[in-house]
Design a protein around this ligand. Structure first.
Ligand code: FES
Length: 76
């Protein structure tokens, strides 16, 4: 059985584009929401935008204190 990989995912984020970061862990399109939270009756996604184009590492373990960004919590 393979262990789930909770490493952050580097994404090139675009200025003013609307993103939906998965908060529930059920999405098959991490780190983004794919709508699976509805069937799971889980928490909805966190919507966010960025003010400039930038690369960021988005959390997939969902333990970050700075969502949607990785804060290293997956290593704790
Ligand atoms: S699938 Fe996780 S928040 Fe939508």
């Amino acid at each position: 059985m393979s262990e789930k990989n909770y490493s952050p995912i580097g994404i090139d984020l675009e200025k003013d584009k609307a993103y939906s970061w998965c908060t529930c862990s059920h999405s098959s399109n991490q780190p983004f929401c794919d709508g699976s939270h509805r069937a799971q009756n889980a928490t909805p996604p966190m919507r966010f935008t960025v003010e400039e184009d930038k690369k960021a590492f988005l959390c997939t373990c969902k333990k970050t204190s700075n969502p949607p960004y990785c804060d290293g919590s997956h290593n704790k």
